[in-house]
Design a protein around this ligand. Structure first.
Ligand code: UD2
Ligand code: MN
Length: 353
């Protein structure tokens, strides 16, 4: 019966086609997301049973007798999984400081019992979102400590009222973070995204840029589209330099995340993604900020990424550093990044078509 069917050419064609589609899907989205698509979300994590984000931190009470001799294990033994996250009252800086007694000025931390195996810099672009920043610090510090990382948090603050430029601030954050220390991993992190599971490790994949916020509550815990690269991502310094960093030319909301995904592809790399069951984030609800209006030129810019990515990025980054400050919970870098160029006139706009 099967043999008779196989002899029919259209049946063979269908078979080959469906196998090709399957291989393509595997390659693009990873096996785990396909299984999740078919069987629903991974039952291994029960997000209805969550843990306090400060669980197990007493483990870090330093023992004056202890001598650090070994590297921390690859997977920290004190992780707890799904976390309780609520966005009620903003935790005060004082409270966050009290609960994170071993975080050093500049937002540095190094495990006390072992040598941190991974060195991670978290970089946050910021303006006028102090309450979001405090909420993120309240949740992120204990999570990173439980992961036993050697880490620091850098906040790059755009001074003035010019249009916001997320990608350029991230470029600056990388350049500055690398002046302070050597890092295995750079985590580019929106200020308003809080991770829901401490098994979502803040470390890099050494062969591919990693998109970490694959499942956000604002998109019903699914990926909005397959090339999506917004929110939280992790790249090694080498990967970041290979893609010439992020574009400096996207002013206002939108487009820069797609440009980054494009430059990853154009430089010969590909994206890996944290599985949907793990890459879960809650976004602190907010309206669009003043000074971060939708970037209406983004589609024109995106059409040209292929031509521009080698000239627009880390190798064309200019800014004025206004201050570097080691606050109790993070390193604050304040910069003047200039202004968006004047909007193209009607005449020049036509040249794109
Ligand atoms: C989405 C993406 C984000 C980025 C953006 C388009 C998610 C969760 N995130 O964010 O990564 O691609 O679209 O540009 O889908 N910010 C400030 N002050 C401002 C404006 C922005 O600090 O006045 C920072 C802050 O870190 C914020 C980030 O820029 O999280 C992105 O801006 P957004 O949160 O307003 O945009 P959103 O949520 O649509
Ligand atoms: Mn947001």
């Amino acid at each position: 019966m099967l043999l008779a069917r196989i002899e029919k050419p259209y049946f063979l064609l269908c078979l080959v086609f469906s196998q090709l589609m399957f291989v393509l899907l595997f390659y693009r989205r990873g096996a785990s997301s396909i299984f999740q698509g078919i069987f629903g979300s991974n039952p291994a994590w029960d997000y209805s049973r969550t843990h306090d984000v400060y669980t197990n931190l007493s483990f870090f009470t330093p023992d004056p007798e202890a001598v650090r001799t070994l590297y921390c294990p690859v997977r920290s033994p004190i992780l707890v999984g799904p976390l309780s996250i609520t966005f009620g009252r903003t935790p005060s800086l004082k409270k966050i400081q009290l609960r994170n007694r071993y975080v050093k000025p500049g937002g540095y931390f190094s495990p006390k019992h072992c040598y941190g195996r991974y060195r991670t810099a978290v970089i946050i672009p910021h303006r006028n979102r102090e309450s979001h920043l405090q909420t993120l610090l309240y949740y992120l510090h204990p999570l990173l400590q439980r992961q036993q990382l050697h880490y620091a948090i850098f906040v790059v603050h755009q001074a003035g009222n010019a249009t916001f430029n997320r990608a350029k601030l991230l470029n600056i954050g990388v350049r500055e973070a690398l002046r302070y220390d050597t890092w295995d991993c750079l985590i580019l992190h929106d200020v308003d995204l809080v991770p829901e599971n401490d098994y979502n490790l803040y470390v890099c994949d050494t062969s591919r840029p990693k998109h970490m916020s694959s499942a956000m509550d604002k998109f019903q815990y699914s990926l909005p589209y397959w090339a999506y690269f917004g929110g939280v991502s992790a790249v090694t310094p080498d990967q970041f330099m290979k893609i010439n960093g992020f574009p400096n030319t996207y002013w206002g909301w939108g487009g820069e995340d797609d440009d980054i995904a494009d430059r990853i592809r154009l430089s010969g790399l590909s994206i890996t993604r944290t599985p949907l069951s793990l890459g879960r984030y809650k976004m602190i609800p907010h309206d669009r900020d003043n000074g971060n209006e939708e970037n209406l030129h983004r589609y024109n810019l995106l059409k040209n990424t292929r031509k521009t990515w080698k000239e627009d990025g880390m190798n064309s980054l200019h800014f004025t550093l206004l201050s570097r400050e080691q606050t109790a919970l993070y390193t604050n870098i304040t910069v003047d990044i200039g202004e968006a160029p004047p909007a193209p006139t009607e005449d020049s706009r036509w040249k794109f078509f």
